[in-house]
Design a protein around this ligand. Sequence first.
Ligand SMILES: NC(=O)c1ccc[n+]([C@@H]2O[C@H](COP(=O)([O-])OP(=O)(O)OC[C@H]3O[C@@H](n4cnc5c(N)ncnc54)[C@H](OP(=O)(O)O)[C@@H]3O)[C@@H](O)[C@H]2O)c1
Length: 211
Amino acid sequence: MKTLGFLGAGRLTQMLAPKVAKAGWKVVLSNSRGPETLRDLVQSIEGDVSAASPADMAAQADIVVLAIRWPQIAEATSGLPWSGKVVIDATNNRLGPKPEDVIDIGNVLSSEVVAGCVPGARLVKAFNHEPIPVFAQTLPPQGDAKVLFLAGSDVEANARVAELMRNLGAEPIDLGPIDKGGKLIAMGGALANKFKLFSPDEAKAAIEAAS
Ligand SMILES: NC(=O)c1ccc[n+]([C@@H]2O[C@H](COP(=O)([O-])OP(=O)(O)OC[C@H]3O[C@@H](n4cnc5c(N)ncnc54)[C@H](OP(=O)(O)O)[C@@H]3O)[C@@H](O)[C@H]2O)c1
């Protein structure tokens, strides 16, 4: 049984964790306030679900999902054992859906900033490219297999995240390294914020149009 750890236990985690647990993965949740504050959430999710401190979560997890808001990333990731760890960057540099909620980070990709906070991690960008309700309503068991994009420079790390996506009943598409594929699913990217998950044919057409 594989273990998915979540750094942050808010809206994104509460959408994804039940689906991952249902798919047969062990799930470990964490936040800044301690595992006891997550007791009700843990009990509300069916499956092998527990809560731990961020350090214990990171030590147990095969893959860690960064599910924290942009301003908290540096503090939340500080001092955790990142070396060699497969890390899903699900974050975006925004505080909400409005244009004025975007946090200006200049001419760099958000995942390049995140990579600097998780030294030695094998970073894969994923689960960031649509609003939470789109993932919630479109991923199985609600519908047919839909495409989830991922991007990262470590091919084997990408394959592990793709396996997680397949376990969720989705069809993964690896878009390649962060500076190319990651750009397509970063905020403002050609494959981001379509307010739907694509079918495999739609995804193929969208990738062709984007490149
Ligand atoms: N909103 C969307 O539709 C959407 C879609 C895709 C991706 N995303 C991205 O997903 C990320 C999470 O968004 P969200 O809406 O789930 O945020 P959220 O509901 O505000 O949850 C953030 C979580 O982070 C925890 N946290 C804060 N500081 C922490 C620290 N130092 N250490 C550990 N945990 C900490 C918070 O718990 P405590 O305060 O109790 O620690 C909370 O559980 C964001 O980067 C967002 O851009 C959002």
